[in-house]
Design a protein around this ligand. Structure first.
Ligand code: ZN
Ligand code: ZN
Length: 295
């Protein structure tokens, strides 16, 4: 009996899941992996033409490669198929750039930069993507809400396909972390927010396919939210969806759940309910301000 009570309580209160970023930052390093990524990404956006990626975001990318004791590797992939590997020295920030044309088996060093010249320059952009048949008008509305609190937001014109390998047919739902991994390819050095009108799930102690409202990789720049209530399949109100979006992006920017019941980042255990609160507490607000949010 007791376990049933606990289960239904959890069901009622669990709003979302967040997964901690598993990237380990090397000890004693002056340059963090985040700085290496940010610097290379800023460099690539200032040096290369990304207009083709506006139409087709998967054509160009900046991704983290394998790191060694002394260096991070960050890989720029151009739409031509050429790669530039950036080897960032963890202590000094000195960065070697090695161009590689895989089809020709040619690697050549093309120069060096100081990564610190490219860190902290631009506010990363939040890129919004519609999955499948998520309505464009609704996405535009969410974008407008976000623009009031964050200076750089885009909405991709074309909807993107829901990855079929994330689909769990018996319960007609998509794996949340699968969508997050998909969205990671579309961050372009900023953040990616996916919008879906399908049920998404995460594994927990109640069920391996537990329906959730939204999910984010904590501090790792990706969130996805659903416009359907996972238990009733009823659509969320505009207001609830907006609040859900800000809550999940809070996680994506690195905020954990908050103890303040009046804060939008409040923990599920503290009885998170939609529309109970429409603001962040001073502490969460300060944190987001330091990340470029405007309040
Ligand atoms: Zn949460
Ligand atoms: Zn808070």
């Amino acid at each position: 009996m007791k376990s049933i009570v606990i289960s239904s309580l959890l069901m009622a209160l669990l709003l979302c899941s967040c997964h901690r970023n598993k990237t380990d930052v090397a000890q004693h390093a002056d340059i963090t992996a985040e700085m290496a990524y940010e610097g290379v990404n800023n460099y690539c956006h200032s040096e290369y033409d990304w207009s083709i990626a506006e139409e087709n975001p998967s054509m160009m990318s900046v991704t983290m490669g394998e790191e060694t004791e002394t260096e991070y590797k960050v890989i720029f992939r151009s739409y031509t198929g050429a790669l530039v590997n950036f080897y960032v020295d963890k202590a000094s920030g000195k960065t070697r750039m090695v161009e590689s044309v895989p089809t020709l088996h040619v690697d050549s060093t093309i120069g060096t930069i100081d990564i610190l010249d490219y860190v902290g320059k631009a506010k990363p952009t939040i890129h919004i993507y519609r999955y499948g048949t998520f309505p464009e008008a609704k996405a535009k509305q969410l974008k407008a809400v976000l623009e009031k609190v964050y200076p750089s937001v885009t909405l991709a014109g074309e909807a993107i396909e829901l990855p079929q390998d994330c689909y769990y047919k018996p319960r007609d739902r998509y794996k949340g972390t699968g969508l997050l991994d998909d969205l990671k390819k579309l961050r372009h050095g900023g953040y990616a927010l996916g919008l879906t009108n399908k049920i998404i799930y995460d594994e927990n102690e109640i069920s391996p396919t537990f329906g959730i409202f939204g999910i984010s990789y904590m501090g790792d720049s990706v969130s996805v939210i659903s416009s359907l209530r996972p238990k009733t399949f009823q659509p969320l109100s505009d207001e609830d969806m907006e609040e859900l979006m800000l809550h999940e992006l809070g996680h994506a920017f690195g905020l954990p759940h908050c103890k303040d019941e009046r804060c939008m980042m409040v923990d599920a255990e503290h009885g998170y309910k939609f529309a109970q609160t429409q603001s962040f507490c001073p502490s969460c607000r300060n944190y987001l301000n330091s990340k470029g949010w405007l309040f």
